[in-house]
Design a protein around this ligand. Structure first.
Ligand code: CAO
Length: 568
């Protein structure tokens, strides 16, 4: 087992490119050529591939770091001679190079300065034509060639230097080829769908007079590469995005993947995505400008695309429903900041998380607050303490709260309804089973107390204790947690003034109970010490209106303020 350090290759001279994604973690087994990190310079984003296969033993970079050629990305435990020494291509200039147009202008023709009839000075070849540039495929870091995905400008189009001409995609890179100079595209020598190799000439560009005048020196035969093109324009001649009026071009070559920030298919904005994502998008027929990118600077990640496709399937073709894929929260390497430990989450925790997200995203929540004066209730509860002991029941405020909810729900049945038929129908329930959130070491569970409205406080107290114990002992059966019409979540024993509970869908309301405290209450003449119980009711505003919620809360606080009402 050998150890190897993988370094940042030549990234087209982009010093201090920012790491925008880290695609692997310590312990990962990686293959040769697997993308490791994504870096972004001012002109391009690039996936840096592995030059060896092995297991990552140390990660030296994190999102936000600035890296340059030669910086160590990670350390790899390799099992043998798996590296690809030839994978790092020799230094090249990396931008679309311009050479002799094979087939169009087979032999380089010497340029002659002539004075035309209109006295304009221009450069022509032997055939008397204006100067032509041959636009050829740059190095994409792949021996497999590249697919010409799209020709972005038809023949006859006047292009400015830096305008994107074609979209090329290899197995590792995706880039738009910028026009090396201003002029007119006179011929395409390739079609969309062709596979092109590095150096292949794909188009002919007739230089504009402005282009000739602007850079006669750099665009003369004297600058041509040894292959004897009449004109050569180097990568440096391609303008920076800003200089090109927000036209993004000038993709930077790297030893592996290149992905230039590209304009979206619809031209409505920039699309940042790596080659793999672009390939996947093409396979699914997804226009990337419709996909929300959750990566750094809006970069579209594979997960974004997957979510978009899943949304499209769920939305059954409803474009409006699918155009809003949710951004994900980028993951950080917290070990950069100190010692960490990774724990796998319990099944209950993961289920709760997904239920919470589903509710939070689907239900327009409103939370309404009130205090119930439970001074008399507390007196009564204390008075019943010895009887409770005889009955071997703990009489906490909770059975009173649950019972009061059932009675208030009876008067305000919309709060125990559910939506059906995609929101067309309201299901009213003629029963009153109430869920009770129980905090257990394994996670949050919500057993359901049946027919709360029909049960006495003693019975409810006993059932609450039984269900809470079953929950903590992991003895609850699925049916113990089904059929609730409303949920009570009490943090009274734990503490806190209040919180905004998330509705346990398909229920439409939930009561959050805080810790009761003695507070001064003005009785018209003086302040009185009263025991106030903070209540927070979250409700689904598609079903419950503020009026319904207000009436429910008024009924509830009245019942809790005077428990005698519970038997009326
Ligand atoms: N204000 C002040 N004291 C309160 C109170 C309140 N609102 N609610 C309970 N208490 C007191 C009780 O009276 C009891 O004290 P005494 O024994 O002196 O009477 C003490 O706190 C302990 O109560 P408990 O927790 O044992 O019993 P409970 O009936 O109040 O609650 C249960 C039962 C299962 C709901 C609770 O144990 C629990 O798990 N709560 C957490 C629910 C939760 O996590 N909700 C959040 C969900 S969202 O993340």
């Amino acid at each position: 087992m050998a150890e190897e350090r993988i370094k940042v290759p030549d990234i087209g001279g982009a010093e201090g490119a920012e790491v925008v994604e880290v695609l692997i973690a310590v312990g990962d087994r990686i293959d040769l050529e697997q993308s490791l990190i994504v870096v972004e310079s001012d002109k391009a984003s690039m996936e840096i591939p592995a030059s060896s296969a092995g297991t990552v033993t140390e990660l030296r970079v994190a999102v936000g770091d600035a890296v340059s050629e030669g910086d160590v990305i990670l350390t790899l435990a390799t099992e043998g001679a798996t590296s690809a020494p030839e994978q790092m291509p020799p230094e090249r200039d990396g931008a679309p190079s311009v050479g002799a147009t094979e087939g169009h202008d087979p032999a380089p023709t010497p340029l002659t300065e002539v004075t035309g009839a209109d006295a304009d000075t221009t450069l022509v070849n032997e055939r008397g034509e204006g100067r032509f540039l041959s636009v050829s495929v740059p190095d994409l870091g792949s021996d497999q060639g590249a697919d010409l995905v799209e020709i972005l400008v038809p023949v006859g189009t006047v292009v400015a230097e830096g305008d994107s001409l074609v979209l090329l995609e290899s197995d590792k890179a995706s880039m738009e080829l910028p026009a090396p100079a201003g002029g007119v595209i006179t011929e395409w020598l390739v079609s969309a769908g062709d596979t092109v190799q590095e150096g292949a000439v794909i188009a002919t560009l007739q230089l504009s007079e402005a282009a000739l005048a602007a850079a006669p020196e750099s665009k003369t035969a004297g600058d041509a590469p040894p292959a004897a093109s009449p004109v050569a324009v180097s990568a440096a001649a391609a303008p920076a995005p800003e200089a090109a009026g927000e036209r993004h071009s000038g993709a930077v070559e790297v030893a592996g993947a290149v992905s230039a920030p590209q304009e979206s298919e619809g031209g409505s904005g920039l699309v940042y995505a790596g080659p793999a994502v672009r390939k996947l998008a093409r396979e699914f027929g997804v226009a990337l400008d419709r996909v929300h990118g959750s990566g750094a600077r809006g970069r579209i990640l594979k997960e974004d695309l997957q979510r978009y496709v899943a949304g499209a399937l769920a939305g059954a073709g409803d474009a409006s429903a699918t155009a809003t894929a949710l951004p994900t929260v980028p993951e950080l390497d917290f070990s950069r900041f100190g010692a960490i430990e990774r724990l796998s989450r319990s099944r209950i925790d993961k289920l709760t998380a997904s239920n919470m997200v589903r509710s939070w995203l689907n239900v327009p929540h409103v939370t309404q607050f009130d205090d119930a004066d439970i001074s008399e209730l507390e007196q009564f509860r204390k008075a019943m303490k010895s009887e409770a002991e005889q009955r071997e029941v703990r009489l906490t405020p909770l059975p009173f709260i649950v019972k009061a909810c059932a009675l208030a729900l009876g008067k305000n049945p919309k709060l125990k309804a559910s939506l059906a038929d995609g929101g067309e129908t309201l299901v009213m329930k003629h029963y009153c089973h109430i869920g009770m959130a129980v905090d257990t070491p394994g996670g949050l569970v919500v057993p359901v107390i049946r027919d709360v409205d029909k049960k006495s406080i003693w019975t409810l107290a006993a059932e609450i204790a039984t269900l809470a114990n079953k929950a903590r002992d992991k003895q609850l059966k699925p049916e113990d947690m089904q059929g609730g019409v409303f949920t009570v979540s009490s943090l009274g024993a734990i503490g806190g003034r209040g919180f905004t509970p998330i509705i346990n869908t398909p229920e439409v309301a939930i009561l959050g109970v805080g810790r009761a405290a003695i507070q001064p209450v003005w009785d018209g003449e003086s302040f009185q010490p009263r025991s106030l119980l903070p209540l927070a009711l979250s409700y689904d505003h598609r079903v419950v209106n503020g009026g319904d919620a207000g009436r429910f809360m008024t009924a509830l606080t009245a019942l809790l303020a005077d428990v005698r009402r519970m038997v009326m």
